[in-house]
Design a protein around this ligand. Sequence first.
Ligand code: SAH
Length: 262
Amino acid sequence: MIKAKKSLGQNFLIDKNIINKIVNTIDIKNRYILEIGPGTGNLTSSLLEKSPKKFYVIEKDTQLSLKLKEKFKDELIIINDDILKINENLISDKELIVFGNLPYNISTEILCKWILNLDSQNLWFSNLVLMFQKEVADRIISKFNSPNYGRLSILAKWRLEIKKITDIKPNCFFPKPKVDSSLLFFSPKTKFTKFNNPKNLEKITRVFFNHRRKMIKKPFNKMFPKKEELLNKLQISLNLRPHNLDFETYYNLTSEFEKLQG
Ligand code: SAH
């Protein structure tokens, strides 16, 4: 019997209906797929039944990696490593469909890293099918003017189309997490604003959302000193609050910030 490690965010999926739902979000027959944190391999088994061409898994837990090797032999390419440490662009030379019941303590870190490192032309994935805590998923899919709208929504929507597939109750997992979960489906956008350095988008949103309830006067003046004409150009007023600026405005502000950097 495997004891779940809290430090690795181990909540294993046990509900067959949910596993089927995940597996059926996209046709993977003959495709190259990757699963993050396969754990005890419940989702893995169901994915294998759909006959992918090649199946990579990345599992940090060495004990679980060895068990997976025993159970699945050479049906899987097992990478016993930390997803945050490896260069995802080098996993395969084919576009991957990625599945993951993510370790929740690092789920936003994983998504942000993937977005910031995503090449503009050579994409390492064609789709992501990922599970998050519901509260995090709500922030990822949030629309502007809404309370959950913020850095995560703006970063995610910069490169990705996002759809919620379903919410998932704690009793679908063992051990039961304390919170509800949601399954999200992502596809890369073909059109998006290009930046010299995507970290500048992170920077702009960090500064603007530092005080969610305050007007944007301070952050604007900090990032764009003596640039009042920009307000006109971008059609914004300093009386607005950070969540009142739409996605495009944040992308435009980032481009303007990069222009100032020269
Ligand atoms: N997908 C499985 C398990 C999900 S729990 C299921 O649905 O049943 C999260 C899994 O991610 C665990 O197996 C855990 O060991 C693994 N994990 C945690 N941190 C990781 C990291 N940094 N890199 C790769 N895998 C990680």
